[in-house]
Design a protein around this ligand. Structure first.
Ligand code: BGC
Length: 343
């Protein structure tokens, strides 16, 4: 179902596409930013709970600076020094996070109108034309993102691109999840699993040092389900630098596999995250400050968590990290799935 999502300050009309399944799940996606606006999941009593932070209309998304529900590209997370070299040429990007580039630079993908290619009750496909030089990156590329809501209660995100020249691609979704409901307060009591034996150590500016650190015996160990808040304030370098969790975990294994899970005892809602990418940024909303969102809710620090599947941050500068370079003739083709259950 397509509905009106308001007008941008430039006068463009944004729409909201609502998808539903037989078990009572419902999601909504806008063509503004290809943002995921709503994810309604039944709780253990059958009441529908919206488990993502967001805004009521397009104006909220235009003004917002926290990437609620955002589709992020060309390169999610950070590129150290705001520049990189490819085929012997140096490309300068916008330095929007200290001297580094965060989430593509300031001309964000989630602040543009995307074109809807297809839409029905269970899926919506969007495309963004990103020209050569866009945000400083080389090569024309059409970025395709398809959101599907399946009968298995999965929100499936398929990213596809075939660049017209060599470039970098590392797309992610920046949804902020709170499985007790988007306006329900902190997520510190909600439990998380991260299927990773190691994380990428980073410096004060969140640029990986290149070291992979074992989670064993550290507050970064989420191999067994534990409350997010249990060790979040520990005197541990990564947590001090990030003011909470804000790191990339090295997801065990390869190919499509489970990366993480989150659980709220209050609602009985569980979410499992699957990806075919090597890493995932687990970010606990440490920098949210009095942000007015949907239905008048006011969101604050640590009231949601992001599970951003990705190539490791700054991979373009690290020989040892699998890279985000996509050559002409190759395709970027990846799937991230958020699967819900409740009891
Ligand atoms: C980054 C955080 C950043 C946040 C922006 C995350 O992907 O890792 O450092 O503050 O995005 O909302």
């Amino acid at each position: 179902m397509k509905s009106n999502f308001g007008f941008t300050t430039k006068g463009e009309q944004a729409s909201l596409y609502t998808l539903k399944n037989q078990s009572g799940m419902e999601i909504a996606v806008s063509d503004y930013g290809a943002v995921l606006v709503k994810v309604l999941v039944p709780d253990k009593e059958g009441k529908k709970v919206d488990v993502v932070l967001g805004y009521d209309d397009v104006k909220g998304y235009e003004a917002g600076t926290l990437y609620f529900g955002a589709t992020v590209g060309r390169v999610a997370n950070r590129i150290g020094g705001g520049a990189f070299e490819l085929n012997g040429k140096t490309y300068a990007l916008t330095q929007n996070d200290n001297k580094n580039t965060l989430h593509g630079g300031t001309d964000y993908y989630d602040k543009r109108m995307w074109r809807v290619e297809e839409a029905d009750e269970s899926h919506v496909s969007l495309v963004l034309r990103s020209p050569d030089g866009d945000q400083g990156f080389p090569a024309d590329v059409d970025i395709h993102v398809t959101y599907t809501l399946t009968e298995e209660n999965e929100v499936k995100l398929h990213y596809y691109a075939a660049p017209k020249g060599d470039t970098l691609l590392n797309l992610t979704n920046h949804s902020y999840f709170n499985l007790s409901g988007h306006g329900s307060g902190t997520i510190l009591e909600q439990e998380v699993v991260i299927c990773a034996d190691a994380y990428t150590r980073a410096d004060k500016e969140s640029i990986p040092t290149g070291e992979l650190v074992s989670v064993e015996g550290t507050p970064m160990d989420f191999r067994k389900r534990k409350p997010i808040g249990r060790e979040i304030d520990a005197d541990y370098e990564a947590l001090v630098f990030g003011q909470g969790y804000d790191h990339n975990w090295v997801i065990d294994g390869r190919g499509s596999r489970q990366a993480a899970a989150m659980y709220s005892e209050k609602t009985g809602i569980e979410m499992k995250v699957y990806t075919d990418l090597p890493g995932m940024q687990f970010y606990t909303g440490n920098f949210i400050e009095r942000e007015t969102g949907k239905e008048g809710a006011v969101y604050g620090k640590r009231q949601a968590a992001c599970f951003e599947t990705q190539y490791f941050p700054d991979a373009v500068h690290k020989e040892e990290f699998e890279g985000p370079v996509v050559r002409e003739g190759e395709t970027y083709d990846t799937v991230t799935t958020y699967q819900f259950s409740w009891k």
